[in-house]
Write a protein that binds this ligand. Structure first.
Ligand code: NCD
Ligand code: ZN
Length: 356
């Protein structure tokens, strides 16, 4: 098979992004907006985005921070807490402010202190969401101190996700940033209402990247990268052509001094070269013909949104990922820092990208 030199696909979307707020957002937003027509914007700010009003204001701040002339639509998410009001969620969804709601088990990850302590407490909210077709986005890890951090996703499936999907078979669920073979199998075995996002890092690295030759904080995110067999299972799932898997970078910028610390923050900043990173995987797997579905079609179809109209072109060419990005007094270390990737974006996305 001859390998194409250029690949033009429908403009993609990123179904899991941490844009942050204030100066960090101002420094990172253009990376996401240059590649993606839309992004599902995570609500784990401090304080978290729990109300329609807060989500509208956050959306406005994002739109105001966009570089001139860039066509990008932020899709907002409600942060679920023990106190979530089903009426508020339903109102936000009806008013097209909330595209979805996010379940963070309390203390599972960055910004989850206000998360849900017991899924039984949000049962009325979940029932309402199932009734109106509002997707539930799940950070799928248990937080019990006696469960090994590498087992937390698999245990979550057994204890929480499988019973939830069984009890509320109508609920649309996105199992976010899956990291295990068990998660990929669970999603494949579930109905069409259950899908998953996969990050670039979980397709590229296993846990050795974090722990061999020294401790490497820039390879640390949650859920944490697992053993090699899991990485291979995720690559198989992402490139399989199944409509249940789609692109969600989980780009999660943290200032370099909070990553390179005795207790470093979880999160990998992969926004600058996200498409280049993903397409490299599809190329290595001989699946370039399946990249467009993963990046640009499966996500909007699951969410019930129109496909983007514009295109992006990627071309085979060396691109060196800088060691760090500086914006004002903020320094961020990107995923693949110092590496050379074999693909780069050739043409800026055409405009009029979305139909939302
Ligand atoms: C995310 C963050 O920093 O907000 N961190 C991460 O490691 N992925 C939170 C999350 O999505 O878990
Ligand atoms: Zn995330």
């Amino acid at each position: 098979m001859t390998s194409p030199v250029k690949l033009t696909i429908r403009r993609p979307d990123d179904w899991h992004v941490h844009l942050r707020d204030g100066a960090v957002m101002a420094g990172v937003l253009h990376w996401t907006a240059r590649q993606f027509g839309r992004a599902i914007v995570m609500p784990n700010l401090s304080p978290p985005v729990t109300s329609v009003e807060a989500a509208s204001r956050y959306r406005q701040r994002i739109l105001e921070a966009l570089p001139a002339g860039v066509d990008f639509t932020p899709l907002m998410v409600a942060y679920l807490t023990d106190a979530s009001d089903p009426d508020e969620l339903a109102r936000g969804f009806a008013e097209k402010v909330f595209a979805a709601a996010k379940l963070y088990p309390a203390h599972a990850t960055t910004g989850s202190a206000h998360g849900v302590t017991d899924i039984a407490r949000i049962r009325p909210a979940l029932e309402r969401m199932a009734g109106i077709g509002m997707p539930l986005l799940v950070h799928g890890e248990v937080t019990d101190a006696d469960i090994d951090v590498f087992d937390r996703e698999a245990v979550f499936i057994k204890r929480t996700l499988a019973p939830l999907v069984r009890d509320l078979p109508e609920l649309k669920v996105v199992f976010e940033h899956i990291t295990t073979e068990e998660a990929a199998q669970f999603v494949l075995a579930s109905g069409s209402n259950v899908a998953a996002t996969i990050t670039p890092q979980h397709l590229h690295i296993n846990r050795n990247a974090m722990l061999v030759g020294g401790i490497r904080p820039h390879a640390y995110c949650l859920p944490v990268a697992k053993r090699e067999n899991h990485r291979l299972a995720l690559r198989k799932a992402a490139t399989s052509g199944s409509a249940k898997f789609f692109l969600g970078t989980d780009t999660a910028p943290h200032r370099v001094e909070t990553k390179e610390a005795a207790c470093g923050c979880a999160g990998i900043f992969n926004a600058p070269f996200a498409l280049e990173s993903y397409v490299t995987v599809f190329d290595q797997e001989g699946a370039l013909d399946r990249f467009e579905a993963f990046a640009s079609e499966n996500g909007p179809r699951f969410y019930g949104l129109p496909l983007n109209e514009g295109t992006v072109t990627l071309e085979r060419a060396a691109v060196v990922v800088p060691d760090r990005f500086e914006t004002g007094d903020i320094a961020l270390v990107p995923f693949h820092a110092g590496e050379t990737l074999g693909w780069r974006m050739a043409v800026q996305p055409s405009t009029s990208a979305t139909g939302t």
